[in-house]
Design a protein around this ligand. Structure first.
Ligand code: ADP
Ligand code: MG
Length: 472
């Protein structure tokens, strides 16, 4: 298989080839068939240069992977088998063998882009049949993901995993955050990027619900063996919305084993959920521990700035002119999440296209009246207490407690001040909500905070920031 590569001819090429075959066999025994087939099978011996054994791999991606994960072992085995060889040099060179296909999808689910990225592969000796891939959304790429403070860490982690999957410290990647903040977008972006780098890589993306559904179907048809084998043959497994596995004991158990098998085989796992592993109640501790074993990155609630950049970017893509004032209005009013923001923008763009009228500050409230009304909900004292407690890192119960220590009394005063500024509640009403305090206590708090803000610019900035966050 390797004699025709035209590299350095060596007098004992036959002997080297035999040694190489033994090295491959050893590796195969050490790592197991599945892993061998996934990563190592495509190595081909290209010759000897001085003290280096030259080995080809078909893509840069595979080359890097083999170097990072098996490089040392490969060198040691070669040194042991072949006297005179001290190094193994891995090079990228396409071989005549067809690259491995991406996992084939259920026919009805194949998206056209997925097809264009992965031309119909030649049949393989050991085809990797797959039912796992849901179509990737063409819009969810790194290019279209707008980065800002609330998501920069999650984005950086996603990029990193897309560049170098299965690196220690980044496996598993656990992304979490509220709905509509970009978890699915980032996962698809990683998948697109991996496929682009190496169409031979099998990347399985599925929702936790789908995982469960498949597993139950396999149980019913007594086909769990096939389920396991298929799932364990992928290079990268992504499971979206893991919270759906909560309370589903059988499925969780199966997921746990799959997870372990893949991590142990050096595969990359990417998980998303609505909460951090520690806050996901209803999952087993051993799974929780494994989920936190790599990197955990959260997508925070959006800020006004991020919402504005996202609107700018999406307005550009839509090709319809959206005046800056309208963008500002939307960014200010629709603070819940990016999905809602996008929905509002889509609606006004569709409206403008349909009626051939420009988008103006006057037309928008009409077109979006229901959406804007829903988002115009009044700020409650509860909201204020929660936000302030969170900001100063104290317990919510301290808002109503009798404790007078500065560390809790000051935040409590800030919350009273903000309640006075931001709601239409009277002083006695506010007092009642803060552990039945007297209205004079509230008045004192309002005066005290006003005073402190005048004296201390950094304190003033802090309170102003809180106020802005609450008003958004
Ligand atoms: P989640 O999975 O966290 O519920 P999604 O990834 O489905 O959220 O995101 C919801 C919508 O918002 C998608 O259309 C997505 O493209 C968009 N979106 C979210 N975050 C961003 C961002 N930072 N830049 C551009 N679009 C975003
Ligand atoms: Mg999602």
């Amino acid at each position: 298989m390797d004699q025709d590569t035209g590299e350095t001819p060596t007098p004992n090429a036959g002997k080297i080839a035999a040694c190489w075959a033994r090295v491959r066999t050893r590796l195969r025994q050490e790592v197991g068939d599945v892993e061998y087939r996934n990563w190592l099978r495509q190595m081909s011996l290209a010759g000897v240069e001085g003290e280096a054994l030259l080995v080809h791999l078909p893509t840069r991606f595979l080359r890097d992977w083999v170097r990072d994960h098996y490089g040392d072992r490969l060198r040691m085995l070669c040194q042991a088998e072949m006297p005179g060889i001290r190094l193994v040099e891995l090079r990228v060179q396409a071989t005549s063998r067809a690259v491995q296909p991406v996992l084939e999808d259920e026919v009805e689910e194949v998206s056209s882009l997925a097809e264009s990225l992965a031309p119909t592969p030649a049949p393989l000796a050991e085809p990797v049949r797959n039912d796992w891939l849901v179509p990737l959304d063409q819009r969810f790429t790194f290019d279209s993901f707008v980065v800002g403070k609330p998501n920069e860490f999650a984005h950086a982690c996603a990029r990193r995993v897309a560049e170098r999957p299965a690196q220690a410290g980044f496996n598993p990647l656990f992304l979490y955050g509220g709905v509509g903040l970009g978890k699915t977008h980032l996962m698809h972006a990683i998948a697109w990027s991996l496929r682009e780098q190496d169409p031979g890589l099998s990347v399985a993306y599925m929702s936790a619900e789908k995982f469960m559904y498949r597993f139950i179907a396999a149980l019913r048809s007594h086909n769990t063996m096939e389920f396991k084998t298929q799932l364990r043959s992928v290079h990268v497994l992504m499971v979206d919305d893991l919270q759906f596995l909560i309370g589903k004991d059988n499925t969780q158990e199966e997921f746990f084993h799959t997870f372990n098998a893949l991590i142990d085989a050096g595969k990359q796992i990417i998980i998303s959920a609505d909460k951090a592993p520690n806050d996901l109640s209803g999952i087993e501790d051993r799974l929780r521990t494994r989920l936190s074993g790599g990197i955990v990155a959260d997508l925070h609630a959006t800020t006004y700035e991020l919402r504005l950049s996202i609107l700018q970017s999406k307005a550009n893509i839509s090709g319809v002119e959206v005046p800056p004032r309208v963008q500002e209005l939307l960014a200010r009013k629709i603070a819940s999440n990016v999905r809602d923001l996008e929905g509002a923008l889509n609606r006004i763009v569709a409206h403008a296209k349909l009626f051939g009228r420009p988008i103006t500050l006057e037309s928008v409230p009409e077109v979006l009246s229901d959406i804007l009304r829903a988002h115009d909900k009044r700020l409650s004292i509860d909201d204020i207490q929660r936000k302030v407690a969170e900001h100063y890192n104290i317990r919510l119960t301290e808002m109503a407690s009798a404790r007078r220590a500065r560390a809790v009394a000051r935040p409590r005063q800030v919350a009273m001040y903000l309640a006075k500024q931001l709601t239409s509640r009277s002083l006695p009403e506010i007092g009642r909500r803060f552990g039945n305090r007297d209205h004079t206590t509230v008045l004192h708090a309002v005066n005290k905070i006003t005073e402190l803000m005048a004296e201390d610019p950094s304190f003033a900035e802090d309170v102003t920031l809180l106020r802005k966050m609450l008003e958004m």
